[in-house]
Ligand binder design. Structure first.
Ligand code: GLN
Length: 218
């Protein structure tokens, strides 16, 4: 069955934060987008987006609604997971202020609210080569910064001063900024392509479990 006959289904964690904007972008590009509030909402998903918001609130609600384990399992089965801003924090193996990791899937260290009060929010034109030549209009709101990038993590974008603001490790992508607030569809299209591949692996492409899981021999 082609994607046109059955659109790929991607969930957006909808317990707090800017989830509605992600759902709108996904629908704009023809994806069947669903808000995720309960474990049952994850059934049949081929991908998941963790939106921006307040990571301390989101992490509490993830456990209140028993979403931690099933989301981790979806990621470990190889479904694409895309985190923006607070979502990036939730996906990191290390958070430099000492918060415990939630979904330790990206071998990076992030610092929360890294741009300080002077620069609470700012916008920048970023080169993101995996998305093509046209720059991404990136909106940063009390954004984290990636302080350490582990082996096996691809850097997708950096600020002019070299600081890393977008990364990918296998099926997991994260941005410190908010493409969904700028009408930017290309990250979501990339995630939709990965989700279609996960839902119906093509000839010769085996489903790849997340590398961290593979490294542990699971
Ligand atoms: N400052 C927020 C946090 O630490 C993230 C901000 C955002 O997602 N826009 O969770």
């Amino acid at each position: 069955m082609t994607q046109a006959e059955r659109p790929v289904r991607i969930g957006v964690l909808a317990v707090q934060g800017a989830f509605a904007e992600h759902i709108a972008i996904l629908r704009e590009i023809g994806v069947d987008a669903l808000p995720v509030r309960l474990p049952a909402d994850l059934d049949g998903l081929a991908g998941l987006i963790l939106p921006g918001g307040e990571s301390t609130a989101i992490r509490k609600l993830i456990d209140t609604w028993a979403l931690r384990q099933p989301i981790l399992e979806l990621a470990q089965r190889g479904a694409p997971i895309f985190g923006t801003c607070a979502g990036m924090i939730l996906l990191s193996v290390e958070i430099s202020d000492g918060d415990a990791p939630v979904f330790p899937l990206l071998d990076i260290t992030v610092k929360r609210n890294a741009f300080g009060r002077q620069l609470d929010s700012f916008e920048s034109e970023l080169s993101v080569p995996v998305l093509g030549d046209r720059p991404v209009h990136a909106i940063f709101i009390r954004a984290p910064i990636v302080e350490r990038v582990g082996e096996g993590v691809d850097v997708l974008a950096q600020l002019d001063d070299g600081r890393v603001v977008a990364v990918r490790q296998g099926n997991v992508i994260a941005t410190a900024f908010h493409p969904e607030l700028a009408g930017e569809t290309r990250f979501h299209s990339l995630v939709a392509t990965m989700a279609a591949e996960y839902a119906e692996p093509g000839e010769g492409s085996a489903r790849r479990p997340h590398p961290i899981r593979r490294a542990r021999g699971n």
